[in-house]
Ligand binder design. Structure first.
Ligand SMILES: [Zn+2]
Length: 308
């Protein structure tokens, strides 16, 4: 299948200072792995455009955009919160990250590409409508989903989030929007420590206890996500693809394997084939242990491509 890889060199310019886990190497190890394994030759590469203010404003407030713009330093670093650091180029990187998901939507809905993976940073799923947090500035996947609804007239989209942290921003943005089904597995209680909303027809939160592994994860997906997707019949599926639940990643106490990320991607591909004509746009969220990150992203993309 023709799969788009969408990124931009500007995403490497988001400098979070020495020792920060959300670093530019996360993207370069993925791209190096694509080259080393030959995958790079069969992906179609696209440069991410900058998301426009009007595209960001579908999910964020003007106050959020203005606040980040006024905080961005001309030199050095500024803190958005204790974990979230920005430099002079960070908002450009963040607009590329959100723009990548927009471009993925356009490519997939036009039929030019069958699916897209956005290898971008900063990540997005903690960013709420009016605040940046947890390494995230703009909510990339939410910006893309809103674009599919507003610019392409889709009626139902699903967002699948298997990052080990709860996608609180995505949940907050779409909590009252029946056109968006949000399914999230995450360690709980854990960062971001926001209160979970009550279950709803458009929301499937599946918390995992510290120490959970493959069995608990696969059971949650099988018993809770897949029936919800079957009921909802999304016309397109978005993936907040975080790989920090990997057992080699010390960001969490959930212990998934390479095989679990392959398996969950296979489930998503099957669900997309069922109701969404195979349309998937996936974007990188977390994943901080560079070896497992590169391996699992390669596997994820191979499954999207149908060549694993
Ligand atoms: Zn995470």
């Amino acid at each position: 299948m023709a799969i788009a890889y969408i990124s931009h060199r500007d995403c490497l310019l988001h400098d979070t200072a020495d020792g920060h886990p959300e670093c530019a190497r996360r993207i370069t190890v993925i791209e190096d792995r694509f080259i080393a394994t030959g995958l790079s030759d069969i992906l179609r590469h696209f440069d991410a455009p900058l998301a426009t203010d009007s595209q960001l404003l579908r999910v964020h407030t003007q106050g959020h955009l203005d606040g980040l713009a006024s905080l961005a330093p001309k030199t050095g670093y500024e803190r958005v919160d204790p974990d979230t650091i920005i430099c002079a180029d960070s908002l450009t990187a963040a607009k590329r990250a959100a723009g990548a998901v927009i471009a993925g939507v356009d490519l997939v809905i036009s039929g030019e590409m069958e699916a897209a993976f956005c290898g971008v940073r900063p990540p997005g799923h903690h960013a709420e409508s009016r605040r940046a947090m947890g390494f995230c500035l703009y909510n990339n996947i939410a910006v893309g989903a809103a674009h599919a609804l507003a610019a392409h007239g889709l009626h139902r989209v699903a967002i699948i989030d298997f990052d080990v942290h709860h996608g609180n921003g995505t949940e907050e943005i779409f909590k009252d929007d029946d056109r968006v089904l949000f399914c999230s597995t995450f360690q709980h209680p854990f960062y971001p420590f926001t209160a979970l909303l009550e279950p709803a027809d458009n929301r499937v939160n599946t918390p995992l206890q510290a120490g959970a592994g493959s069995d608990e994860f696969r059971t949650a997906v099988t018993e809770q996500w897949l029936p919800a997707l079957q009921r909802f019949q999304p016309e397109m599926i978005f993936v907040s693809a975080g790989f920090d639940a990997h057992r080699d990643d010390d960001m969490s106490n959930v212990s998934l394997t390479d095989g679990d990320f392959q398996w969950v991607t296979e489930q998503i591909v099957a669900a997309a084939a069922d109701s969404a004509s195979g349309r998937i746009v996936s974007a990188l969220e977390g994943g901080y242990e560079l070896n497992s990150l590169a391996r699992c992203v390669e596997t994820h993309v191979r499954v999207l491509m149908g060549v694993h």
